[in-house]
Design a protein around this ligand. Structure first.
Ligand SMILES: NC(=O)c1ccc[n+]([C@@H]2O[C@H](COP(=O)([O-])OP(=O)(O)OC[C@H]3O[C@@H](n4cnc5c(N)ncnc54)[C@H](OP(=O)(O)O)[C@@H]3O)[C@@H](O)[C@H]2O)c1
Length: 247
């Protein structure tokens, strides 16, 4: 499925979970993957594993919520790769709390990483895509942007913002042959959901029409489709990968 030879993919938050699987899938289909996260040791280990399997991967430290760091990291990456064809904005955090207890820092950190970070990274990468008259941008939002979820006013707000960002940018850059889409995963088995109590997970499972949590592969396969040449007429779309939780 899909060949990404001679294409460069930049993935934020690629040290574990969904982002790491996305990087592995692209690399196994011929892409040169640029993997970023905040931790030098973790991102280098993830890239090294891909290289050991014969793929091409570059690791870079980049905290998406720090505009100066984003600028310098992307400039550094630009010295190693001539172009970026595909951008996967995946880095994200959750700091759950009920609104009456939510601290300003919990609100700010989630918005800074999930939404401000999307802006800092995308504005710089899209500049190159506009020049080359080609690009694919894929933003990872969440089902909770569509349904809401108690304890997540910060996270749901940031993820709903990503949907608006996706549609506005899709219109802005369509004439340059750049598509911009979002993926809204439901509950996916990663570190982000690992802390959930088993009883709560069981309750969740019961309410998912397909009766299971999603896997990182489920999400990665949606990313590959939206990044493919074959998806060239899809833009401004939100692809639900949620087992039927929201239709
Ligand atoms: N898992 C789910 O159920 C689920 C459902 C819907 C949507 N999503 C979304 O899918 C995306 C990936 O989630 P996941 O479950 O794979 O999460 P995860 O396992 O917690 O991994 C998050 C990744 O983001 C990186 N990251 C966090 N803060 C960052 C920052 N400020 N700058 C750069 N990188 C940062 C982390 O690396 P470092 O810590 O090294 O920086 C890590 O690589 C997120 O946007 C999440 O909101 C997840």
């Amino acid at each position: 499925m899909h060949d990404f030879s001679n294409q460069v993919v930049l993935i934020t938050g690629a040290s574990r979970g969904i982002g790491r699987k996305v990087a592995e899938e692209f690399a196994s289909r011929g892409a040169y993957v640029v993997m970023t996260s905040r931790s030098q040791a973790h991102i280098e280990a993830a890239a090294q594993e891909i290289r050991e399997k014969g793929g091409e991967a570059l690791a870079a430290v980049m905290d998406v919520g720090q505009p100066d760091q984003v600028q310098s990291a992307l400039s550094g990456i630009g010295e190693n790769v001539e172009k970026v064809d595909i951008l996967v904005n995946n880095a994200g955090v959750a700091r759950d709390n009920l609104i009456l207890r939510m601290k300003e820092e919990e609100w700010a950190q989630v918005l800074r990483t999930n939404l401000d970070g999307l802006f800092y990274v995308t504005r710089q990468v899209v500049a190159g895509m506009v020049r080359q008259r080609y690009g694919r941008v894929i933003n990872i939002t969440s089902v909770v942007a569509q349904t809401g979820n108690p304890g997540q006013v910060n996270y749901a707000s940031s993820k709903a913002g990503i949907i608006g960002f996706t549609k506005a940018l899709a219109r802005e850059v369509a004439s340059r042959n750049i598509t911009v889409n979002a993926i809204a995963p439901g509950w996916i088995e990663t570190d982000m959901t690992a802390e959930m109590r088993p009883k709560m997970k069981e309750e969740l499972r019961k309410n998912i029409p397909l009766k299971r949590l999603g896997s990182v592969e489920d999400v990665a396969h949606g990313v590959l489709f939206l990044a493919s040449k074959e998806a060239g007429y899809v833009t401004g779309h939100v692809l639900n990968i949620n087992g039927g939780m929201y239709m």
